[in-house]
Design a protein around this ligand. Sequence first.
Ligand code: ACO
Ligand code: ZN
Length: 158
Amino acid sequence: MQQTFTLRKFTPDDLQAVMRINRVCLPENYTDMFFMDLHQRFPETFIVAEEDGEIIGYIMCRIEVGLSNIGLGGLVRKGHVVSIAVMPKGRRKGVATALLKAAMEGMTRYKAKQIFLEVRVTNHAGIELYKKLGLEVSRTISGYYSDGEDAYVMTKRL
Ligand code: ACO
Ligand code: ZN
């Protein structure tokens, strides 16, 4: 099928649209300062998807230094997917796949050696999406979310 959306980097003008998608799609919400801070520090990995002039999805990430979750040894730079969401009407068209692939390219420009994220253990769509892109569950964090749900940490070497 013909791709109907385009990707571009987040700009400050997109803040309200992205915060709205975040509120509609996820229980984990953040202040405007939090979004702007990630944009300012890691612009290459804060990306939006547009369709018909409207933002329908976003991904935002942070580069962190820490111990490898996949046995790379010592301290490594890791790309952490902080949040990704696609509006219900834009789903199952490859938008999240494209956002994640673009973010992974951005992470390698920041010299990250692996990608990781947390996902609710009941988030079937999210887990399937990440598996399709080659991420694997590396551990479970008990009670990670504020409502007590557990998280899988999923990772992949870049
Ligand atoms: N059920 C089963 N598998 C799914 C589903 C679903 N509902 N949605 C996606 N997938 C899997 C499929 O394998 C799909 O490939 P296919 O369509 O060829 O079968 C593959 O993921 C790729 O799907 P995309 O079209 O790229 O994903 P989409 O653009 O629909 O976005 C997303 C997926 C981001 C999970 C979306 O459903 C969403 O916004 N959900 C609510 C927010 C959310 O859960 N975000 C992730 C939280 S974790 C975090 O942010 C780190
Ligand atoms: Zn996280």
